[in-house]
Design a protein around this ligand. Sequence first.
Ligand code: BDP
Length: 714
Amino acid sequence: MKKLFLIVACIPLFTGVRAENGYDLWMRYHRIERASLRTDSKRCIEGVTVHGGTATARIIAHELTTGVNGLLGTAVTPADRIGDNFIVAGTPVSMPAMPSSVKDKLQHTGGEGFVIESSTMQGKHVTVIAGNTDVAVLYGTFHYLRLLQTARSIRRLAIVSVPRIDIRILNHWDNVNRHVERGYAGQSIWDWHRLPGYIDRRYVDYARACASVGINATVLTNVNSNALVMTAPYLEKVAELANVLRPYGIRVFLTARFSAPIEIGGLKTADPLDTLVQQWWRTKADEIYSHVPDFGGFLVKANSEGQPGPQNYGRNHAEGANMLADAVSPHGGIVMWRAFVYSNETPEDRVKQAYSEFKPLDGVFRKNVMLQVKNGPLDFQPREPFSPLFGAMPKTPLAMEFQITQEYLGQATNLVYLAPMYKEVLDADTHAKGNRSTVASVIDGSLEGHERSAMAGVSNIGSDINWTGHLFGQANWYAFGRLAWDHALSPETIADEWLKQTFTDDATFLTKAKHIMMASRDAAVRYMTPMGLHHIMGTGHHYGPAPWVNDAGRADWNPVYYHKADAQGLGFNRSSTGSDALAQYAPGVRARFEILSSCPEEYLLWFHHVPWGYTMKNGAAMWDELCARYYSGVDSVRSMRQQWAALRPYVDEERFEHVTMLLAVQEQEAVWWRDACLLYFQTFSKMPIPVRYEQPDRTLEYYRSLKFPYAPGN
Ligand code: BDP
């Protein structure tokens, strides 16, 4: 007894805020701080009645009561009758007494949208949470809890919410050996070895978190795929995962290795036009569906970075995709075929290759094929213009692929809130059909009237206790889900929601923390790749700067290929006098970027080779402006550190220290990026780093000598 007392007494009490490790994500359900709000909310929640007997209905009842009791400090249990000030949840079938006003609204909410309405039912004042399916009711439930968590009044509610995108899907780049490609948060959460017998509690919490933001699908395996996952023993494991995820509305997809018929099927070829190969895939699809009846389909990386594909047999991407589409179509499955391809042989500007490859195939894909396109034409760089494929393939439904894991944005040591980046792309105008044909309108299907729509996010989730390595990485998972549900939401609103649920709704805290988040992506761009620079990171692991690399396996893996620094200037000329990548965009877009003097400066070096002495809009020489931006990026991180330091009173010790230490690392890394890049580019510009700045205290040779053989995620 004495011993126990001693141990407890030794735990430092720095803030009086309960220590947390981040595992609970944004679903902590801690008691609402403001007593008045709590009392007010309690009056509206005297009981909970959830209609329906399905697994999803049980989850709703559990989540709702746990959430409400945690937030309000009550002890409500699910009831089977209704009373005044009850929350009643159900579908028109499970809850026939639903008010007609709610029923009417459900005519327009499809299978996933929900209605939350303060109303009267059987003579009682109630709050109705309704949807046409149990999963829709679950989404409504999470939304209702979010209102409570974000300190909103729940007194008079009239909410109708319908997702703008159908398939809101995470792409796990997780290997069956649990290594996560480009993962910075530990191992894969999928414990393949212990499946199917052992169901880790994490699977349930993963499903809860995804469902809470409307994510309804997941690709379990890496795009650089292993055919093993399609063998019988692994399909049993996949089936168990699907069973856990299903009641949360999450459908499972797998990556299909194109050469699987050879590797696990014993065939001599994987030629998509070979009838034996076609038959093999049909049988394989039947087998998968016998394990997972609601299997979503395949995600495929083919003929890209060494992966096998139809071109190995002289066939094109559509022939490959259509063969797989035919195999899953009897079961209602789809194929998400990735457009991230660039050829080994073609010397063409790499950013042009996906368009050249796929644009001619518009209209040739089966109805159940979607083309999954990365947000930019290159590869998830801190800032890229949108991919020219958006708006260029009207007959093909295009899915957006965002990266949530921060492969090129500081990995898990940097706080970089990605919603502003996602939004920048979604709001970009493709000019495909006159003005305001945004990328968002292409991918939500509204521009061309496509039935199917999808947004994919490459997951940042791993086995770390806080799921994402950096606590603020959770905000990117959250933001991805929220934007996939409703791309009209602003990054500020999403940050505000996430912060309130993850920390506190204290106004001072929110203002400062939101400021840190909102400034973070632009800061990262400035200390890594300002003014349109791209692909100048370390080879292989992609950790830190290495603009000097010129000996990678192929020309377009080399940073020098992209920045083209020489005695004259810096940047890649993609105008009509250069690679003419701009020709792939609609005239309105092209006009915006084509002329050096009017090109927005954040894309300058992406589209132009610019003389070192070129006069920027503010009158500075290009070299001086480059220095200014690199230095201001570091300054921003310093200011983020200071702002965070002032937030100590609002955050528990454990999470506060976690973020504090990582921000210190981020500052060091920002200085590293700045100094290494400027010292290197200076060997071409031959111009000084203006004396008003702190001068690099290391040499270029030092930076060039750094090696990271065990950097994670590689
Ligand atoms: C690159 C990653 C690589 C992925 C590839 C892809 O470095 O690990 O396999 O993207 O998206 O950015 O296929």
